[in-house]
Write a protein that binds this ligand. Sequence first.
Ligand code: ADP
Length: 911
Amino acid sequence: MIPKFLTQIFGSRNDRLLKTYRRTVVQINALEPQFEALDDAALRAKTDEFRQRLAAGSTVDDLLPEAFAVVREASKRVLKMRHFDVQMVGGIALHQGKIAEMRTGEGKTLTATLPVYLNALPAKGVHVVTVNDYLARRDAEWMGRLYGFLGLSVGVNVPGMGRAEKQDAFRADVTYGTNNEFGFDYLRDNMVYETGDRVARGLHYAIVDEVDSILIDEARTPLIISGQAEDHTELYVRINAVVPQLKKQIGEADPRTGEGVIEPGDFTVDEKTHQVYLTEDGHEKAEALMAEAGLLPAGASLYDPANIALMHHVYAALRANHLYHRDQHYVVQNGEVVIVDEFTGRLMTGRRWSDGLHQAVEAKEGVQIQSENQTLASITFQNYFRMYGKLAGMTGTADTEAFEFQEIYGLETVVIPPNRPTVRKDENDLIYKTEKEKYDAVAADIRDCHERGQPVLVGTTSIENSERLSALLTKAKLPHQVLNAKQHAKEAEIVAEAGRPKAITIATNMAGRGTDIVLGGNVEKQIQILQADASLSDEQKAAKAKQLQDEWAGLHDQVKAAGGLRIVATERHESRRIDNQLRGRSGRQGDPGSSRFYLSLDDSLMRIFAGDRVRAIMDRLKMPEGEAIEAGIVNRSIESAQRKVEARNFDIRKQLLEYDDVSNDQRKVIYQQRNEILESASMLETVAGLRRSALTDVVRTHVPPETLEEQWDLAALETVLKDEWQLEVPLRTEVEASDAITDEDIVEKVVAAGEAMFQAKLDIVGEAQFTPFMRMVLLQSIDSHWREHLAALDYLRQGIHLRGYAQKNPKQEYKREAFELFSQLLDVVKMEVTRVLLTVRIQTQEQVSAAAEAIEQQASRVENVSYTHPNEDGSVSTEADASSEVPRVGRNDPCPCGSGKKYKQCHGRLA
Ligand code: ADP
């Protein structure tokens, strides 16, 4: 904190910023006569001129004064609104990637047009983010007239649009849409199998409207796309019926002599790595059995590209039957297969093995096979919005959260002064003993307004309270409207009329947000409807419009005389910001207005915090029923209670972010890899790299680096290469024939053999045909393991606090383990892709193309996809019982009123 006297001398940073902005506004204003003189075409031609100047080396900063002046001039002509100077100031802040705090009614929608236009000039797209679809459409349409006039295209991005429509929306210079939709599009774009399926084009600049709502209230939960993989229930059962007929081989065969097998069989089991491999005979037998069971066409091979998935199932079934044992690795409980933690013996309820293994075990046990719901992708708003090249926000209430914006998003908040000074009277809170007394007082206040013709907006913190109040008013015969943020468009209409004389409107915090309450009602809307009426002549329209205007002017004066819009709140919200939002709906553009919060000792915030003390005071004063106390002191202790809850919520968001940061880095790696795979014309280099690394790993388990011949287990290596990779490399023969072979040479020999085998396949179909197949195999492997990885991270995170890491920081442990899991994921993908590409049996080009297509289809055939964001309705719910978090004040603690004295010497004395 900067001491007050210093800011008095030097001015605050906010003042200094405003000062520099105002200097620019003077420049902009000076251009006005010049641009006023241009005709429409010349004004519009400015857009091209600016773009040319950008191409010639000017920067958007250079162009700012002129561009802003052009937008203002165009707005005057098209929208009949001239940007106020403070809107220019707000526009500069937004251009600079800051948060402009501008009160309700200051015209943020219009303000945004300035930086939007300027930043759309480089033609990389500008996103304007709104809290709901209704506002996205409204603002795009409303401001779209202005952009259109200046030659910029506008798109709207809302749920349910087709791909082509979305691509159009993103191709536009300016795109309006909700935070959720932009976030989901980003995730979806990273799940496609063809570049042409992506909809967005880069994240250049975004202005987030109601930025506190989006980046703070909604940021406690991530966006999640989830879905069910295709249902293979029947397949698991059928394969499980076949697999027991395959026989396990005892002992290991020497590939050269065939010796060493104690009892021949169809597959080998490697207990160490938890893997099984079909032997050559086993392979043939499996094919025959599968053909018999109708699972494989006669004559087809399990190594055919089309049967990769089937092969996968066979292996899963073999592992389920021979490596996973009941009551050791899992138990069967209530018809479910529950994993047993290998190390602790704890039951891991809800956790599932991945890769089809769990289903295979379920098939083996004859219990119901569950199709699992998987998280396909997820991201937090924090991490989504931080990816924009430049981010800006606007809201009526940012200042209380300025620290968080700075810390999490690096966004500075600038408080923009209002166009006209606010004259709204914010009255002290009234506190009643019981809820009933409180509601009676609220009803009395409303009745008073109603009788005097003053409109009143009643704010509640929940739908439940709205309904309760509504019932009360109905009983009291007070006509009213109830809004609870369910039907945005309809509610916007109602809210627009909330300023008419005698209007009573009950609204939850989110309801009708973004819509202006004009005293006297919304005449503009009525005139619009009138203008659209084809049955009227122009003269009739003009006459009617005049009449409406006059009527409205009368109502407007009437409401002003009655005190403007009255805000009545039935509770304090846990966040001051939300209370300020409610108050801010009154007193726009210098209008009169007033606000009052009614509280009771039964309110949760009071119960948690100031309740006991205030109750004691009330008792001591022997306050009769129905009386309230009203004191600045109480206001302050409520504020400090709110501060505490706010701090706790900040911690929750920060925690979420700290954990998400880990997966965020990993997500970036995966998405980048994915994009490279999607975009590069050739896959050869990528798969060669994977192959080299995979085969090196294989060699190194048997021939460690810098070792001598005596330490090598070439027999085992040859077996693995043959069984698992179908590579026959006569290593022992070669080593025997020469005594100059090093461990490095072995690696090179194996890699070369892999190379040759791969090349042989490539030669059959040609690179052009093989590329899509390789691409699909890669993408499919990355995607499926990434999804498993997400589940594993989730599980890890939930359990991290239970792990009993004495003295260890759970976040650090999480990071470490997450990193380990991630490198495992990369390893698995490497091995899997290499194995598939080496063992796949290729005969024709058609076969390969069909297989590529099949993989793509299968991968995109996810069922029951759902897009969730738990705070979707914008409600700000309390996740935990706050009472456990806010500590009681100790007698020697500083008094919560903020006096600086000890509690016992201040308000504690009263208690
Ligand atoms: P906010 O989002 O800041 O609460 P809005 O963008 O909804 O405010 O605008 C509030 C009202 O003010 C709108 O009806 C708009 O038409 C009007 N308005 C905004 N700027 C101007 C202006 N420069 N001149 C005239 N009216 C304006």
